[in-house]
Design a protein around this ligand. Sequence first.
Ligand code: FMN
Length: 161
Amino acid sequence: MKSLVIFYSRTGTTKKVAMEIARLLKADTEEIIDTKNREGPIGYLLSGRDATLRKAARIKKPVKNPSSYDLVIIGTPIWAWNMSAPVRAYLIQAKGRIKKTAFFCTMGGSGDDRAFSEMEMILGKKPAAKLALLTKEVMKGQHIQKEKDFLKAISLKILKK
Ligand SMILES: Cc1cc2nc3c(=O)[nH]c(=O)nc-3n(C[C@H](O)[C@H](O)[C@H](O)COP(=O)(O)O)c2cc1C
């Protein structure tokens, strides 16, 4: 099964998880590149505003074609109880070109349910599995079992079909 892990990460937490999942699954990876500078306190505020307004970011054209993968795993940080603006942009562009999907996010505390429901709505596709991790558990390395369980849930779901 050919898999792609696609993600956006502003400060590296979601990227760390994406790379670990890709290594466990032997999947390709692609980082979504945003054209807006989101560094520092101003970047934080802009990002919060974009997410609250459900605004899609302007992103660089992705290199990998999602339709050439059996499974596309999508990762986002949670911003203002929403998906991040760059991931919103990616989903809008990739809609209709993703066969099977699964979602993961990293967050300070909450917002995963709302973000995942909206990701599902944009894609018009139910994820095979969902994984929400706290930034602090990723930083402390306490999330590895949850990653493995996530991959197990994906393979059970996909093999069943
Ligand atoms: C603009 C902004 C808004 C955020 N809003 C939330 C939130 O609503 N809920 C939450 O749990 N964490 C929130 N966070 C924290 C991030 O989701 C968390 O730190 C995440 O792990 C960052 O991932 P990254 O390092 O891949 O960018 C927010 C962070 C930013 C930058």
